[in-house]
Design a protein around this ligand. Structure first.
Ligand code: PBG
Ligand code: ZN
Length: 325
């Protein structure tokens, strides 16, 4: 053994040395901030299970978008709460849908802020599932055309990156094809490639009013027990020309992030989901943990696992914490 000649503690003696040998860094450029855009005027309603996160109408979204940009955060990802929901989620691909109007408003007010849009139907369907229902289950192939239409309408409204979260088979391919056929060959696709059927999405479903009205999402989202299947899912999306790969949730799936980092060279995104955020907030509120330190340690763990980017509700507070050093 090396001891006592070798002593690991030598490299931890003071903050200067520690910072010189630090392997992983959090940067404000790593963060993507999620926002919930609600139909109507003068709406700013805090989500009870997500302190600090709001359902907001467009004028408030635009104000927050300016704040996000001023903090140096490069991008937001948008979710919509439409005026009306129906069985096929028409607001999702309407030219005047809630997200299309929100994209235009943000791009006009803060053109430098990158706007990513979540492409899925669950926020727009009255049954709350991510696709069209046929014989009691989500029908893959008839859902594809609607997702592609949604992606195209987001691109037409000015979205910078399209992020499909539905977990239908073959969707990256049909979205890429329709975007290209309409002159949007330069719009990247950020695929929610590996998305598990997770209980950690609970608070998000309050925020987006998207809880399934019957059954659950286990016939399309992945089984949390499966690791090899994550490689297979990601491989398919790479073959279909995805530009970014995402793993969701993040904290309980750091092994999956590491697997994807080692198997693919595409930029890798971790989604630090609603339940992960709520747990930190709740424990901090009770005084049981130091909320800021736990937040930074959690985000750092996602980068250490291999993520390049992190979608997180903590983005603004993390940016502020990093700025104060
Ligand atoms: C829509 C979607 C969900 C999330 C992102 N996009 C919810 C779901 O699949 O039920 C979850 C995000 C979060 O929990 O923060 N498909
Ligand atoms: Zn969905």
């Amino acid at each position: 053994m090396y001891f006592p000649a070798y002593r690991a503690r030598r490299m931890r003696r003071n903050e200067t040395i520690r910072s010189m040998v630090r392997e992983t860094h959090l940067r404000v450029e790593d963060f993507i901030y999620p926002m919930f855009s609600a139909f109507g005027k003068n709406i700013r309603k805090e989500i009870i299970s997500m302190p600090g996160i709001f359902q907001q109408s467009i004028e408030h979204i635009v104000e927050e978008a300016k704040e996000v940009h001023a903090l140096g955060i490069p991008a937001v990802i948008l979710f919509g709460i439409p005026e009306t929901k129906d069985p096929v989620g028409q607001d999702a691909y309407s030219e005047t849908g809630i997200i299309q109007e929100t994209i235009r408003a943000i791009k006009q007010a803060v053109p430098e802020l990158t706007v990513i849009t979540d492409v899925c139907l669950c926020e727009y369907t009255d049954h709350g599932h991510c696709g069209v229902i046929v014989d009691g289950d989500v029908d893959n192939d008839s859902t594809l055309a609607l997702l592609a239409a949604e992606a195209l309408s987001h691109a037409r409204a000015g979205a910078d990156i399209i992020a499909p979260s539905d977990m239908m088979d073959g969707r990256i391919d049909v979205i890429r094809e329709l975007l290209d056929a309409n002159g949007f060959e330069n719009i990247p696709i950020m695929s929610y490639a590996v998305k598990y059927a997770s209980a950690y999405y609970g608070p998000f479903r309050d925020a987006a009013d998207s809880t399934p009205q019957f059954g659950d999402r286990r016939s399309y989202q992945m089984d949390p027990a499966n690791r090899r299947e994550a490689i297979r899912e990601a491989t398919l999306d790479v073959q279909e020309c995805a530009d970014f790969l995402m793993v969701k949730p993040a904290l309980s799936y750091l092994d999956i992030l590491r697997d994807l980092r080692e198997n693919f060279d595409l930029p890798l995104v971790a989604y630090n989901v609603s339940g992960e955020y709520s747990m930190v907030k709740a424990a901090a509120e009770k005084g049981w943990i130091d909320g800021e330190r736990v937040m930074l340690e959690t985000l750092l763990s996602m980068k250490r696992a291999g993520a390049d980017l992190i979608i997180t509700y903590h983005a603004k507070e993390a940016a502020q914490a990093l700025a104060k050093g």
